[in-house]
Unconditional design. Structure first.
Length: 144
């Protein structure tokens, strides 16, 4: 198991301890024991109860695990579960829309075509040296 996974387990374990026995008792004992055994003992995150979770230094994976635990073990009824699933679905839809806008192949091709059009519209201008400049260059070539 890698270090990051152990740190995530440590964060989840610490958050569960902050939540208290009311939440820990609703979890399967095997799950809680697995978190306790597989966590990184040397990594002990410190959280304050005064700040919301999004203001503290918590890994996204830790928040995902806490959200999953909430869905599977702490929701009081099916209505609350359905609301939480709807929130997850809306978040995923928003994320997919952002990805689609950012990496849409149609837009990439349109941008490429527009760049080609701009390049084709630029015309070449022929550069001619002035008579004075040509004369100076002739004189220089004689002495060199």
């Amino acid at each position: 198991m890698n270090i990051k996974t152990k740190e995530i387990y440590s964060e989840v374990y610490q958050l569960l301890n902050l939540l208290g026995n009311e939440y820990i008792d609703k979890l399967p004992k095997s799950l809680f024991n697995m978190l306790r055994e597989k966590r990184n003992i040397n990594y002990e995150p410190k959280y304050t109860e005064d700040l919301p979770l999004n203001k503290q230094n918590i890994k996204k994976e830790t928040l995902s695990i806490i959200a999953l635990l909430h869905l599977n073990y702490w929701c009081k009824n099916e209505n609350e579960k359905n609301e939480l699933k709807q929130i997850f679905k809306n978040n995923e839809d928003n994320y997919q829309n952002e990805l689609r806008e950012k990496y849409n192949p149609d837009n990439i091709f349109k941008k490429h075509i527009q760049e080609n059009i701009v390049k084709n519209e630029v015309s070449l201008v022929e550069y001619k040296e002035s008579i004075f400049k040509r004369l100076i260059n002739k004189i220089k070539s004689i002495f060199i």
